[in-house]
Design a protein around this ligand. Structure first.
Ligand code: GN1
Ligand code: MG
Length: 359
């Protein structure tokens, strides 16, 4: 697998404090934002692998702030120890001691590869949903001791649905890619729901729900499961770990993990929310966080699922209208297909509000 490495990639990977002799490096397909690679290093004790990321500076304008957050979060998690078999991400320092390097004009960081684990794009069953939700809940809880104000907002107003709506409205007005005509149904769908958009921000502003450190990208594939035991052992992707409202994480969990289709399923009629998986997610999340969440927050869990799904739908739609400048795409209407799926899930959740109530 590790052949013909690109010289710039090798130069970046070898500037970190890795252990052994460099064997090779290969791309590792992960996420919509960064470029990820895995390298191998041979030493007397065997071979060690590392995960390297070339960070997207269009998306993360303040790489120093981002990496300060990652240092704080990984440091806090490491200090909390490996309770419950949890394996915190380990940031590997550059040879000059920094937490990231700039190499040939690009910014890079490195983590130790967490061996013996797998990540899944599709949720197998309710047990897996429960475990993933509990892992993210525990993650949030463990970070409860970290002062949210000490973290930088890596992407300003990232969780704000009103901000995402404003970005969408701007994209509609500009219509730079001439795509609005392909998306009239989706634009109308969002227009019909503008009343729900500010609900969470208003509650936060009024002090009715607290600001806490959240993960911010609780996709199922950001949990690593032990290949032997199947247990959820690690939570990865700390880019959006910053101050926010806790239920964002629950909403995003439902959006992705309880989905009946892939996030980018071209046939939106397949999109929906699996209610058994939803209930399992709620149980797992609450098992980890029930003593942290207020009654108000608990009551808002079903709504958060709808709002976060709508918010990500608005983001995909805006990016489609902007000509695909943010999320990586592999086909022409990819972002529109992603948006359609999110909005179809919102509709499903609206129609199944009673079934989504938690007892
Ligand atoms: C992006 O790159 P990835 O898959 O970790 C995005 C998330 C979205 C997600 C949708 C920094 O995450 O906010 O929910 O795509 N990350 C950023 O799949 O924008
Ligand atoms: Mg992410």
């Amino acid at each position: 697998m590790m052949t013909q490495p690109d010289a710039a990639v090798v130069a970046a990977c070898t500037s970190f404090f890795t252990d052994g002799d460099f064997v090779g490096v290969a791309p590792f397909e992960r996420g919509h934002i960064h470029d990820t690679f895995v390298s191998g290093w041979r030493h007397e004790g065997g071979e060690t692998r590392y995960l390297h990321q070339r960070m997207n500076r269009e998306v993360f304008r303040d790489v120093a702030g981002l990496m300060r957050n990652v240092e704080l979060v990984t440091g806090h998690l490491a200090a909390a120890g490996q309770a419950d078999g949890f394996r915190p991400l380990e940031l590997i320092r550059a040879r000059d001691g920094a937490s990231w390097v700039e190499s040939a004009g690009e910014c890079w960081r490195t983590f130790r590869f967490i061996e013996g684990t797998v990540s899944c794009d599709v949720c197998r069953d309710t047990d897996m949903a429960y475990d993933a939700a509990r892992a993210f809940g525990r993650f949030q809880r463990r970070l409860g001791g970290l002062d949210a104000a000490s973290l930088t907002e890596t992407i300003p107003q990232f969780f704000s649905a009103p901000h995402r709506l404003a970005q969408l409205q701007k994209a509609i007005s500009a219509d730079v890619a001439g795509r609005c005509d392909h998306a009239t149904a989706q634009i109308d769908f969002v227009s019909d729901r503008v009343g729900t958009v500010p609900v969470m921000e208003d509650l936060v502003e009024a002090g009715d729900i607290p600001v806490r450190v959240v993960h911010g990208d609780t996709k199922l594939n950001n949990v690593l499961f032990d290949v032997e035991t199947g247990a959820a052992v690690s939570v990865v992707d700390l880019d959006t770990c910053m101050p926010g409202w806790s239920l964002y994480d629950f909403g995003d969990l439902v959006r992705f993990t309880a989905a009946t289709s892939a996030e980018d399923e071209p046939d939106a009629s397949r999109a929906g929310t699996d209610l058994a998986l939803y209930q399992a997610l709620a149980r797992g999340y609450l098992d980890a966080t029930s003593d942290m969440l207020s009654p108000r927050e608990r009551a808002l869990m079903p709504f958060a699922a709808q709002l976060v799904t709508l918010t990500i739908g608005m983001r995909f739609l805006a990016d489609y209208l902007n000509g695909d400048v943010y999320f990586k795409t592999t086909r022409e209407h990819h972002n529109l297909e992603r948006a359609r799926v999110q909005l179809a899930m919102v509709e499903f959740m609206e129609q199944n509000e009673r079934e989504m109530l938690l007892t």
